[in-house]
Design a protein around this ligand. Structure first.
Ligand code: MN
Length: 311
C-alpha cells in the first residue's frame, strides 16, 4: 500500500489549494501559555491557515491539550518542526550522540500526535551546525537507519517526516533538492515511504541553480516549503524570484503548505539568534511582518495564471 504523501489538514488549511502557514518563531521565543496564545491568535488574525510549532522543551510550556484548544478556537491547523544539534546528531557513528538525536525525533512525533499534527519537519537528518568535514558513508547510513525507524513509528500516527535541506554552513549531509530526493529514495527502499522533501527558499537560493530547478528536482516528493527571503527578513524585499517560484510550484502540481519563515533578534531567544546567525534586526513588529507577508503571498498566488480558477 503506498502512502499518501500529501499532509492532511483538519481545519482552515484543508480548504486551501496552497495553505499559508507561518512559523511560530516569527512571533515568540518559547511556548509558554502566553506565547502560544499570542502566536496562534496572531497567525489567525494575520490571515494564515496553519502554524508551525517547534517542539516545546521547557517545563512551563503550554500542554498539548491546551494547544489543541487554542487551535480549535482559532480554526488553525498545525505542523511540528525541530532541528537536531551538535549534541543530538544522527549523522554520526557515535552511538550516544545518535541515541539522543533519535530520542528527540521520537519525542517530536509524539508531540505531533498529541496536538493532531500530521507533519514533523526540519533538520531531522543531521545536526544544524557547521561541520568541519564532509559527511561519511557511515554517518549517512546511520542517519538513514535512524530515520527509517522513526518514520515507521510516525506512520502509525499518520505522521509524515520532512527533510529540510539547508545550506553548506548548516549541514554537510543534505544541501540540495537532488541530494535530498536521492536520500528519500533510499529511505523508501527500506519501506519508509512517509518521508517528504522540504524546500526552504533561503537555503535553496544559496545552493541551487534556481528555485524552479529545485522544485523540479524535488518532484512528487515535495511536501512542504519554508518561504524565507534571501536575507531572511521580510519576504518580497530581497532578491528571491517569488513569481517564478509560485509558477513552478503551480505547474508542478504542488498543493501543499507555503510557510513563512523569518526570524528577528527582537523576537527569538539569544540561543536561536546565535544558532542561525540572526545578528541584524531586520524587523521588530511580528504582527506587521506577518500581515504584510500574507498579503504579498496572496497577491503572488492570485497572479499565477496556473492557479487561476477555471469557472
Ligand atoms: Mn527553514
Amino acid at each position: 500500500m503506498s502512502f499518501d504523501l500529501r499532509i492532511p489538514f483538519h481545519r482552515a488549511a484543508a480548504d486551501s489549494v496552497m495553505p499559508l502557514g507561518i512559523h511560530a518563531g516569527l512571533w515568540v521565543a518559547d511556548w509558554s501559555p502566553a506565547s502560544a496564545r499570542s502566536a496562534i491568535e496572531g497567525s489567525a488574525a494575520a490571515g494564515y491557515q496553519l502554524i508551525e510549532i517547534p517542539v516545546p522543551d521547557a517545563a512551563d510550556s503550554l500542554s498539548p491539550q491546551e494547544t489543541v484548544r487554542l487551535l480549535e478556537d482559532t480554526g488553525l491547523d498545525a505542523v511540528v518542526s525541530l532541528a537536531l544539534d551538535a549534541g543530538s546528531d544522527i549523522n554520526t557513528v557515535d552511538p550516544e550522540l545518535s541515541a539522543r538525536g533519535e530520542a528527540r525525533l521520537r519525542r517530536a512525533v509524539e508531540f505531533a500526535e498529541a496536538i493532531g499534527a500530521n507533519y514533523v519537519g526540519g533538520v531531522t537528518y543531521s545536526a544544524m551546525t557547521k561541520y568541519a568535514q564532509p559527511a561519511t558513508e557511515a554517518s549517512r547510513e546511520n542517519s538513514l537507519a535512524v530515520l527509517a525507524r522513526v518514520a515507521e513509528v510516525a506512520r502509525q500516527s499518520d505522521v509524515r517526516i520532512g527533510l529540510e535541506y539547508v545550506n553548506r554552513y548548516e549541514s554537510n549531509l543534505l544541501n540540495t533538492a537532488a541530494q535530498t530526493a536521492a536520500f528519500i529514495d533510499r529511505l523508501a527502499a527500506r519501506g519508509a515511504d512517509n518521508v517528504l522533501l522540504h524546500i526552504d527558499t533561503y537555503h535553496a537560493n544559496s545552493e541551487e541553480l534556481s528555485l524552479p530547478a529545485a522544485v523540479e528536482d524535488a518532484g512528487a516528493r515535495l511536501g512542504y516549503l519554508h518561504l524565507s527571503e534571501s536575507h531572511r527578513g521580510r519576504i518580497g524585499t530581497g532578491t528571491l524570484d517569488w513569481a517564478g517560484l509560485v509558477n513552478a510550484l503551480a505547474g508542478s502540481g504542488y498543493r501543499g503548505p507555503l510557510t513563512v519563515e523569518s526570524f528577528s533578534p527582537a523576537v527569538v531567544s539569544p540561543a536561536t539568534r546565535d544558532q542561525i546567525g540572526a545578528w541584524r534586526t531586520l524587523w521588530s513588529d511580528p504582527a506587521e511582518v506577518a500581515a504584510d507577508s500574507a498579503r504579498f503571498l496572496g497577491a503572488q498566488l492570485a497572479a499565477s495564471t496556473l492557479l487561476a480558477p477555471t469557472t
